[in-house]
Design a protein around this ligand. Structure first.
Ligand SMILES: Cc1cc2nc3c(=O)[nH]c(=O)nc-3n(C[C@H](O)[C@H](O)[C@H](O)COP(=O)(O)OP(=O)(O)OC[C@H]3O[C@@H](n4cnc5c(N)ncnc54)[C@H](O)[C@@H]3O)c2cc1C
Length: 429
């Protein structure tokens, strides 16, 4: 029997149909090959069941957001008559199962950010699958850059200046959803893990974020309508308050929103309402995200070793008592304790809080910085391997910080950014 042909869109951290170069490529590849498109999301065991340093790789906030985002993707796909195939296996195993019933023409997915995804793609290639990996969630494409990946500037400032200076380096305009029809029904039933994760959504969560593209678009349009972007630079270091930051990170980390869409919306806002330091500063922060993405790709496995990409020996251990005190907000430093309690309860803390608690973990609790990064990975709703591990390595002095690490004066920071102690009281009482 001749098997029907299929191109697989392997959904990783880009959970949307719009402005998605991977999906667009899958659709045009399928059209050329006379194949259908199968959208496949794997509940990758390495992520969902795995641990690092004794901590789960994914926690409840991330899982809830991910499941909501995939459910939302199902709704988006249903407009094209397409089901979302969900597997509890790793991509290579899931593809082998699909290959029982289909001739797999090829696989299209995101350009890996870090070592595990790169190995996963290499595994698929070694098994004979044609794999195309695209820059789906980056502002820029490598081909646009004025340097090779192995010559990525060693600091953010040099990277930013290089890309800001070059008129040719502009994010691509966001692309519409490609038209496609795909009705191939999954060859296997829904995994038990998935059903359990969906069922657990009904349980109460303190997270303030709802997963999925529709929730992300609504959040972002409310933020823009509020006008808060015009004062972002002045408010972004606050510990609490409405619209003091953009809170885009969960939707960007799960790929519900495209960073190129956000960039284009900021430019449109500047044209409509007026450009100022604040509107620029949000784009500046998005360049930080961009830098860490290319930095993770350039530094590969060295980003995850204690000496970091810099190969610098640093102190830090895995002392259980000091870790538990830090994790549970019992260090005695009120700004750190408040932040760690907020993190545990909601899966999110602001950038300033992330910097302060990382500084405490490394320089006051004396922990191996990777233990802190692993806890963030487990606790954050917006975990992003490049931003998380890149920022931790930076603060620990083994990453991209030309000053060799950041030690924060916690009391001075608390006095400055939470002068009335409102935030600390909120989480410590
Ligand atoms: C130790 C540590 C760990 C972090 N881990 C993560 C993580 O796992 N996932 C994550 O998305 N961000 C991480 N960040 C970066 C940053 O703290 C968050 O992106 C930001 O707080 C999210 O809130 P926001 O969307 O309101 O940010 P805004 O201030 O509104 O900024 C807008 C966007 O710019 C990007 N951005 C801002 N600051 C940074 C930064 N320092 N590095 C990289 N991108 C940035 C984010 O995409 C963010 O959504 C980490 C920072 C530190 C210091």
């Amino acid at each position: 029997m001749v098997k029907p042909k299929a191109v697989i869109w392997l959904v990783r951290d880009t959970i949307r149909l719009a402005d998605n170069p991977a999906l667009e490529t899958a659709v045009s590849w399928a059209q050329t090959a006379g194949a259908s498109v199968i959208p496949l999301a794997c509940l990758e065991p390495r992520r969902w069941l795995d641990q690092q340093f004794g901590l789960p790789r994914v926690g409840s906030h991330w899982t809830q957001f991910r499941v909501e985002s995939l459910l939302d993707l199902e709704v988006q796909l249903s407009e094209f008559g397409s089901p979302l195939w969900i597997s509890s296996a790793s991509p290579d195993r899931a593809l082998d199962e699909i290959a029982q019933g289909f001739h797999v023409v090829g696989v299209v997915t995101d350009l890996p950010l870090a070592t595990e995804e790169r190995i996963e793609n290499a595994q698929l290639v070694s098994e004979g699958y044609a794999v195309r990996a695209l820059e789906t969630d980056d502002l820029f494409r490598m081909a646009q850059m004025p340097f090779e990946l192995d010559a990525l500037p060693e600091s953010f400032t040099r990277f930013r200046k290089a890309v800001e200076k070059a008129p040719a380096i502009r994010p691509n305009a966001p692309r519409p959803v490609p038209t496609f029809l795909s009705t191939s029904e999954p060859l296997w039933p829904r995994p038990v893990e998935w059903d359990e994760a969906v069922a657990s959504l009904t349980m109460a969560s303190d997270s303030r974020f709802a997963g999925g593209r529709r929730a992300g678009l609504s959040h972002w349009s409310n933020y823009l309508a509020s006008g808060a972007l015009s004062t972002y630079k002045a408010t972004r270091n606050a510990f609490m308050g409405e619209h003091v930051w953009s809170s885009l990170s969960p939707w960007l980390a799960h790929g519900c929103l495209s960073v190129r869409e956000v960039w284009a919306d900021i430019l449109a806002y500047e044209a409509r309402v007026g450009a100022n330091e604040s509107t620029y500063w949000l784009r500046f922060e998005l360049l930080w995200r961009e830098y860490f993405r290319w930095y993770a790709r350039a530094t590969d496995w060295t980003l995850f070793r204690k000496q970091g990409p810099e190969g610098r020996e640093v102190p830090g251990d895995f002392n259980r008592d000091r870790f538990v005190q830090w994790r549970d907000g019992l260090t005695g430093s009120d700004i750190v304790d408040a932040s760690m309690r907020e993190l545990k309860a909601t899966g999110w803390i602001c950038n300033r809080a992330r910097q302060l608690v990382a500084s405490h973990a490394i320089y006051e609790s004396g922990l191996d910085w990777r233990l802190g990064a692993a806890w963030f990975e487990s606790a954050l709703v917006d975990h992003d391997v490049a931003s998380n591990w890149g920022n931790w390595a930076y603060i620990a002095g083994v990453g991209a910080d030309p000053r060799g690490g950041r030690v924060f004066n916690l009391e001075a920071q608390a006095d400055r950014y939470d002068p009335e102690g409102v935030y600390r009281r909120r989480w410590l009482s």
